[in-house]
Design a protein around this ligand. Structure first.
Ligand code: XUL
Ligand code: MN
Length: 344
C-alpha cells in the first residue's frame, strides 16, 4: 500500500518578515488565527516551542504552565489537530547567551535543564512523546572559549536528565552546522546519532532532519534521510529549501533545487517514512516581500510540490533505471531523471 502522509507546521512558520536589517513587513496574528488557518489548509498537526504553547513561560509557575497547556490541549482537540512535538526554546533568554546545556555558567546550565523538563511536562499534556532539540547556541563563536570534549559530556548529561524525567519521551536532535553559532557541536545527523549512543537510553534518542541544515553542512538531504532511516531514527522531518551556503533561508520545499527535493521524497517513499506515524513538517517561511493576503502560500505550495513529487517518485520507471544502472549508463540515467521531472 502506498504511504499516506500527514502534514504539520509550527506557528513560527507564519512569520512577520523581520530580518537583521529591517523590521517586520506583516502584522502579527494571534495563535488562534494560525490554528484556524492550519486547519483550513488541511494540515494534521502543529509543532510547538515550549513558549508557543505557553507564552512568556519564564514568568509563570509550574501550575500556571500546566493550566495553560491543558487549555491549549482542549483547543487542539476541539479543532481535531494533534501536537507533533514540543521543543525548548533555549536561544532567546538572557540565560542562554553563552549557550544552554554547554554554557560556561552552571546556573545557566541549570536553567536550560529546568526549562527542558518543563517542556517535557508540556509535551505530556499535549499528548506527544516527541521532544525536539535544536541545539541553537551549543557551539562557539570563539573556539577557545569552551572545551569541546566537556561540551559533549554536558550535552549527554542534559539529555540523560530529560530521559530520566519521563521514561516515555523520545528526544529528536535537529542538527545544524552553523547560524547562530560559527560552529555547532552537533552539526550533522552522524553527530546526532553518535551522541545518542552516549546517553543512558540511546533507543530514545534519535533525529529530526531539516533539508536546509543538511545543505548548510554541504551534505545531500536525501543521503542524510536514508542514513537516519537505516537506524530507524528519523522521527521527524523539516522539509524546505536553501540556496547554497549562506544564512538559513527556509525557502519553500523544492523552490531552489527540484531534483534534490525529488530525491528526498524518493528516499522517503523507498524507506516508508511515516509508517510509524511520523509527520512531514514544512519549516518554511514566507519571503520578506510576501503580502499578508498571500501569507500562507509558502505552506500550501510546499505541500503541493511534495505531493507532486510523490507522484513523480511513484511513476519513476524503476526497471528502466535499473537497466541503465546495470549498463553503467549513468549519462542516460541522469537525463531520464531530468526528463521525468520535466514531464511531457
Ligand atoms: C532553526 C529551526 C528551528 C527548529 C525548531 O533553524 O529549524 O525552527 O526547527 O526549534
Ligand atoms: Mn527546523
Amino acid at each position: 500500500m502506498p504511504q499516506n502522509y500527514k502534514f504539520c507546521f509550527g506557528p513560527w512558520n507564519i512569520s512577520e518578515g523581520w530580518d537583521p536589517y529591517g523590521p517586520t513587513t506583516r502584522p502579527p496574528q494571534t495563535f488562534d488565527w494560525k490554528l484556524g488557518e492550519l486547519k483550513k489548509l488541511g494540515f494534521d498537526a502543529m509543532m510547538f516551542h515550549d513558549d508557543d504553547a505557553v507564552p512568556d513561560i519564564d514568568s509563570k509557575s509550574e501550575s500556571q504552565i500546566r493550566k495553560e497547556t491543558r487549555e491549549l490541549k482542549k483547543k487542539l482537540d476541539g479543532e481535531g489537530i494533534a501536537a507533533e512535538m514540543v521543543a525548548p526554546r533555549l536561544w532567546f533568554s538572557p540565560n542562554t547567551i553563552d549557550g544552554a546545556y554547554t554554557s560556561n555558567n552552571p546556573k545557566h546550565r541549570q536553567y536550560a535543564i529546568d526549562r527542558s523538563l518543563r517542556t517535557i511536562d508540556i509535551a505530556k499534556i499535549l499528548g506527544t512523546d516527541l521532544i525536539v532539540l535544536w541545539l541553537a547556541r551549543e557551539g562557539t563563536y570563539v573556539r577557545e572559549s569552551k572545551n569541546p570534549r566537556r561540551s559533549v559530556d554536558l550535552l549527554v548529561e542534559a539529555m540523560d536528565k530529560m530521559l530520566a524525567h519521563d521514561k516515555r519521551i523520545r528526544l529528536a536532535i535537529e542538527p545544524k552546522p552553523n547560524e547562530p553559532m560559527d560552529h555547532a557541536y552537533v552539526p550533522t545527523i552522524g553527530h546526532a546519532l553518535a551522541i545518542a549512543q552516549l546517553t543512558q537510553d540511546s533507543k530514545r534518542v534519535g533525529a529530526l532532519i531539516e533539508s536546509a541544515h543538511c545543505i548548510l553542512a554541504g551534505l545531500d538531504p536525501s543521503d542524510e534521510i536514508a542514513f537516519a532511516m537505516s537506524f530507524d531514527k528519523l522521527w521527524s522531518l523539516h522539509l524546505n529549501d536553501q540556496n547554497g551556503l549562506k544564512y538559513d533561508q527556509d525557502k519553500p520545499f523544492g523552490s531552489t533545487n527540484l531534483r534534490s527535493a525529488f530525491d528526498q521524497v524518493r528516499v522517503m517513499e523507498q524507506n516508508k517514512y511515516g509508517r510509524n506515524g511520523e509527520y512531514v513538517c514544512f519549516d518554511v517561511h514566507p519571503f520578506r516581500t510576501t503580502k499578508p493576503e498571500h501569507w500562507l502560500a509558502h505552506l500550501d505550495n510546499s505541500r503541493r510540490t511534495f505531493l507532486k513529487l510523490v507522484q513523480k517518485a511513484r511513476t519513476y520507471n524503476e526497471s528502466k533505471a535499473k537497466q541503465m544502472i546495470a549498463e553503467r549508463n549513468y549519462q542516460a540515467l541522469d537525463q531520464y531523471v531530468i526528463e521525468h521531472l520535466l514531464g511531457k
